[in-house]
Design a protein around this ligand. Sequence first.
Ligand code: PEP
Ligand code: MN
Length: 644
Amino acid sequence: MIVILSKDISIHDKELIRSLLQNNGYKVREQLFGDDLLFSTSGKGQINKRELEILPGVARVAETTKPYELTSRETKAEDSIVCVGPVKIGGERITVIAGPCAVESREQIKEIAFAVRESGAVLLRGGAYKPRTSPYSFQGLGMKGLEYMKEAGEATGMPIVTEVVSSEIAVDMKDLVDMFQIGARNMQNFELLKKVASLGKPVLLKRGPSATMEEWLLSAEYLLAGGTKNVVLCERGIRTFETFTRNTLDISAIPVIKALSHLPVIVDPSHAIGIRAHISAAALASIAAGADGLTIEVHNNPDKAFSDGPQSLYPEQFEKLMRDIESFSPVLGKELLRLPKETPKKNDLSGVWSTAFSLVGEKVAFSGRSGAFAERALINAFGEDMLRLPVTTFSAVFDAVLDGSAVFGIIPIENSLAGSIHENYDLFLRYPDNVIVGEIKLRIVHCLMAMEETNIENIKTVRSHSQGFAQCREFLDKHSEWNLEIWPTTTDAVQSIVKEGEGALAIAAIASEAAAKANNLKILKAGIENNPQNYTRFVIIARRQDGDRQLLPPGMENTAPNKASLVFSVKDEPGSLYECLKILSGEGINLSKLESRPILGQPWNYLFYVDVTIPPDQKVFERACKELKSKSEKFHFLGSYHGV
Ligand code: PEP
Ligand code: MN
């Protein structure tokens, strides 16, 4: 049993709780767990949980049935997010660690670091102390290697993760590493676990080659009980009768461990399989099974690698894998974590990483309430910690960005099943001072939800946003007796049911699973969209900056924009649209979208909405825009950004 204490508990109340537990036969250990102070108990005590819960100073009591109490989901229901400098692991993101098996020289680690960073890795791996099966194999460069690695990490802006093999060396390594790796062979070296735990740094805990899942979680318990706040579990293959592959990747461990524990789980397909040709497939399978990230061995010259060359990817293979992960992540409602292109600077005073720009205290506006799809897109783009400004309409998002109450806004503009959201395209013309600075794609899964007492047979009315209805048309057609009510947002529809309470027993809403959870509604049917390939494209908007550098979302600074959105109208004469499009094709500019919209108040006159790919030579694009402007009647530049 774990007793989580209130943040403001008095010393007096704390001692009362401790004595009560001890007098009832428990051994009590006081410890910090994340930001929480708690008593974890052991022994054969007996106490009424309710009696404890109502005591002053008790925030929560978690009864655990597992021997790994702090690691168990019973103690902490929500996913833990581990921070290593600016890099986060866990939640709705995919975090990729990459680098060589071992640091071989200053030049080698730097070269690989730049290559993997360029492809999108966010943490640099590499061993300076190598636990090798044979005493005659390369044992690593030791402290020197660590220094080279640190240098490479700083040059590329990536925190570093490296294996620690003994308690004595751990102390020397502490100031050079950002995350300790406990290797598979040392998973049950309990003295090492205790020592590393006492140093307080984040730890990547590999699964032992013959460790059961419970043994692995108990090793994590050593770390949490010993004072480490940030632990990430890493599946790296186990010993089975199969010898074709180096080990056997235990894919089943990913969902099982994620259900048993709140800790993030990543996968090392390199050591699991040991054969370069199969690493990428296993990496993608791991992501599909729910892994929070990967650690991948990459070498610029694998044939000459001092260790694990046959399983190391070539930088080009790693780049391809990263592109596949990027396009695959939205299917799972996740986002590949990127770091700002600009190298983050170390804050010299505190030794804590600070990002190159600060969004601290700033807000991002979205339309809807807690659980809205736009909120999920916002979290995927900016992270859980970003302050959110929920507003009730799309135009209020534009207003918030314009008047500075939000630094960015997030707006849906196109859905893969229902098409463009014209209302929002029109808003860009009403708010010329707001500009598109980024885009994000989100997979949309719709659920039918209602109060606990409601069954699908009792439903008379369904509420949602018009897009919710459009995207679930085929499901709704099977229930033509239902009365459909359009609400401003899907989350407004959900909240209306909660507000009406008993009066809403014959009403259901269509919205996200998160909205059902946030409002305690029951999901009657999940995945009711016409087709599972249902994506919404959101754009990130900011106030247009003239002269000054445009503020860009995290991860997109200094990235050359590769996409732009334009709106123009043409003269009502033969060939005028052709003339405009000819300018783009003449410059070799690819059109990714072309749509016409009636101009408000001018029947039978149209505006053309165009998305184009910006060629590498920015000047070509500028020339084309200038010419297009001169040939068209109206011309609006909605923004240039990094398209995904
Ligand atoms: C490594 O990651 O370099 C390594 C040695 O892995 P493992 O401990 O999983 O064998
Ligand atoms: Mn290796």
